[in-house]
Write a protein that binds this ligand. Sequence first.
Ligand code: CDP
Length: 231
Amino acid sequence: MGKITIAIDGFSSTGKSTVAKQLADWLGYVFVDSGAMYRAVTLYAMRKGHISTTVFNKRKLEECLDEISLSFKKENSSSKAEMYLNGENVEREIRLMTVSELVSSVATISSVRVKLVEQQQQMGEGKGVVMDGRDIGTVVFPGAELKIFMNASADKRARRRYDELIAHGDNVTYTEVLENVRERDHIDTTREDSPLVKAGDAIEIDNSEMNLEDQFHIILQLAKDRIAGRL
Ligand code: CDP
C-alpha cells in the first residue's frame, strides 16, 4: 500500500507529539518532532550565551547556525527517537522551562526556519512520515495527504504540561506554565514568517475533553482512509 505524509500542527501542549508517535508506530512510519529541532537550536544559542532572559543577540545566533548539527536517534525500534545536538543527547534538557521560555522567539528568525525546514523536507522525501509542529501542513509539506490541526483549552494544555514537567522533576509552578503556553501561542500565531494557522484542508480536532485512546482512534481512522484513497 502506498505511503502518505501526515502533518500534525497545532497549539503548544495539545499532545501533537504523543499522537504523532502512536500513529507512526502503528503505521510503521517515521515520526519527526519538529519542535525538538527548534528547541535544540535554542539550547545551543543559550549555551553560547547568545540568548538568555536578558540578552537576545540575533546576529550571533545566526552566525552560529552552521555549527549546529541535528539528528534523531532511537535506542530501539519501539522507543521514541531522541534529539541529538552535535552528537549529544539533549532530549531531556530541551524540554526544560528555560528553553520553552526562549524557543518561540528563536523560531521567529527566518534563517533558523530555512535551515530546519530544509532538513525536515529531506526527512519526509520518501513519504511514510508523521511530523508534528506549527507549519508542517502549510510550509513544510503543503501537499501532505492528511493534515490535522490540534487544539484544546489553554487551561487543559497548561495542566497537562505542568504534570509532565513535575513528573520529570522540573521545578515550575502551574501559573508559570500557563503563562508560557499563552505567550508561545501569541508569538507563534503573530510572527511574520510561517505563523501558526490552520491549513485550509486541515481537519481540526479539539481534544480538551478527549482521552488519548479516543483521539488516537479518530486520527488513525482518518489516516487509514487516506491511505486507502478514500475521502
Ligand atoms: O511541545 P510543545 O507544544 O511545547 O512545543 P514544541 O512542538 O516543542 O515546539 C516548541 C516551539 O518551537 C513552538 O512554540 C514554536 O515556537 C516552535 N516551532 C515552530 O515554530 N515550528 C515548528 N514546526 C515546530 C515548533
